[in-house]
Design a protein around this ligand. Structure first.
Ligand SMILES: [Fe+2]
Length: 566
């Protein structure tokens, strides 16, 4: 059974599953080359068509082979449709039926799919999901287990928790807060952050305030360790009371913090913004610990599947794990693009009653052929040589150890927001000048922003405080144990670590081994392969363009060693 999943979101994506297993998935932004490209389900256009065609082409099937199209959206529920002439399209492509899935349920099925599927709780926390008044019109209804619900205003879900008993997934907790009615003291029609209240919206507000764009929550997380969590308006902005009810007090934020950084200045070294970021991080940590503790008191579990945009916060994830002694199950696409997979999985479960767990992996995109790569490289005026695998690895490791910055393009592209070694820029983490060089010359981004390490999983505890747990998706921020990795050690002595084993990514694992022979450590700096402001590269053409624009020393694209013209 083929099911196509579509995440109709501000961070949209398309996925294809077969008999309950994920075959391929892509974020629309990678193909359109515009960060966080949205899909509106009721008027899908060429961007959605590109992502659908990408998935069908990978699987070698056509629209008429699909059994169902499953959709999920945090926008208003609407009948899915194409902006083109739908009748003509339906006649040509024999569109199958659509199944609409609640947004948080799609997040939950995604998270659960990549877990052992034993008894556990599932937590979803994001900006906003399905409107309560749309829920009855969706094709899939959630099973419930006497849930505690806090629904306020014209409510949109922002926190949901489920319990899973090995077979059934049941809602146990839901928060849906705002928008409030206009005329209330909390309401300012121009201000969405006083209208939709959620943890995700707090981070969107902080991103807009500190960095001029509500999409830059990751930058806020990077800025936070420079600051102090002192501001009581912020640290009291999200509180969970003893009944499990969250209180989002956002209106005072708008009054106190009225000069957002709308011209996107570099706020490195600016104490005011650093303290805002630190306070937002602190309130998030404490709120989520209180929330998970509250949920656990009613449905005790030692394992938690966790997704939603807030789950990208590796600092909070580690705080949760350490404070509550939890085992967290997560995969790389915990934000909305992952609901493309989750919607398809929810539809599969609704139709068959089955779930088919898989090992977590974010390498869900396309692999490109030698012909496609050769065609792209024709435009390069520099040198190109094909090398046997071992020689390629040794030469790359030698270049890295002598200071080269390498574009590394291998295998299937990542689906989520992190480059996990298939569309990455790699460098030597020991080099004290590397962070500055990358920020100034390559990525052209703010001085305060840290870089992440990738390390062989079996050796990770020598360098990072991982407490025996792996971190294959860069979703944990942990203390660095050693003082010789300055390029990947943040100002507070932590790093957002990626661990890798041979089963997950043999080539990256072997490159780390070769780098250890050159340098004595199986650790590399790993950052996403893209120029500032663009999505991560997807195709060989994208890679060559970014290689030149970033001024990288070498591009390794599959088994080709490529240099630019001198
Ligand atoms: Fe979401």
């Amino acid at each position: 059974m083929w099911i196509l999943g579509i995440a109709g979101s501000h961070n949209s994506g398309v996925a294809l599953i077969r008999d309950g297993k994920v075959v391929v998935a892509v974020q629309t932004e990678r193909l359109v080359r515009i960060k966080r490209q949205a899909i509106h389900l009721d008027r899908m256009r060429v961007d959605a068509a590109l992502a659908i065609a990408y998935c069908l082409r990978y699987a070698g099937i056509g629209m008429r082979d699909l059994n169902v199209i499953a959709t999920s959206t945090p926008f208003r529920a609407a009948k899915p449709g194409f902006a083109l002439d739908e009748k003509a399209l339906a006649a040509k492509h024999a569109l199958p039926s659509f199944i609409t899935v609640p947004h948080h349920l799609a997040h939950a099925e995604y998270a659960l799919h990549y877990s052992p599927q034993q008894a556990c709780n599932v937590l979803i926390c994001d900006g906003s999901g399905t409107y309560e008044f749309d829920r009855a019109g969706l094709d899939i209804k959630e099973d419930e287990d006497e849930p505690v619900k806090f629904l306020q205003g014209v409510a949109k879900e922002s926190i949901s928790a489920y319990t899973f008993d090995g077979g059934n997934l049941r809602l146990i907790y839901r928060v849906a807060d705002g928008p409030v009615r206009c005329g209330s003291s909390e309401c300012s029609p121009s201000d969405q952050y006083t209208r939709v209240k959620s943890l995700g919206k707090l981070w969107e507000w902080a991103a807009l305030y500190c960095h001029g764009s509500h999409n830059e929550a990751g930058k806020v997380m990077g800025l936070a360790p420079y600051g102090r969590s002192l501001n009581r308006t912020l640290t009291k902005s999200v509180v969970l009371d003893r009944s499990g009810k969250p209180h989002f007090t956002f209106a005072p934020l708008m009054r106190e913090f009225h000069c957002p950084n709308l011209d996107c200045r570099d706020v490195s070294g600016q104490m005011h913004y650093q303290d805002v970021a630190a306070s937002v991080q602190e309130v998030t940590n404490s709120f989520l610990v209180d929330l998970v503790r509250y949920i656990g008191a009613r449905h005790e579990m030692s394992e938690l599947c966790y997704a939603g945009g807030v789950a990208l916060n590796g600092v909070t994830n580690e705080h949760l794990r350490r404070s509550l002694d939890l085992e967290l199950h997560m995969n790389g696409s915990c934000e909305d693009n992952g609901t493309a997979i989750g919607a398809a999985l929810a539809a599969f479960h609704a139709l068959t009653g089955d779930r088919v767990p898989e090992e977590a992996s974010d390498y869900l995109g396309c692999r490109y052929t030698s012909e496609e790569i050769a065609q792209a490289l024709k435009c390069n005026a520099g040198t190109m040589v094909r090398l046997p695998r071992l020689e390629l690895l040794r030469r790359t490791a030698r270049a890295l150890a002598s200071g080269a910055v390498v574009g590394w393009f291998q295998g299937r592209s990542e689906f989520g927001p992190r480059a996990l070694g298939n569309r990455s820029i790699l460098a030597d983490p020991r080099d004290p000048g590397m962070q500055k060089r990358l920020n100034v010359e390559v990525k052209r981004r703010e001085a305060f922003r840290p870089y992440a390490p990738v390390v062989i999983e079996a050796r990770a505890d020598e360098f990072f405080c991982l407490a025996g747990y792996a971190s294959p998706h860069m979703l944990r921020v942990v203390p660095v144990k050693v003082d010789f990795l300055p390029a990947v050690t943040h100002v507070d002595g932590t790093a957002r670590v990626q661990t890798v084993n041979r089963q997950q990514n043999a080539l990256l694992h072997d490159l780390l081994q070769c780098f250890e022979m050159e340098s004595g450590i199986p650790v590399l700096l790993n950052t996403s392969f893209n120029v500032a402001g663009e999505p991560i590269v997807e195709s060989p053409v994208d890679a060559l363009r970014s290689f030149k624009a970033c001024g990288l020393d070498v591009l390794v694209i599959e088994d080709n060693w490529v240099t630019a013209a001198p």
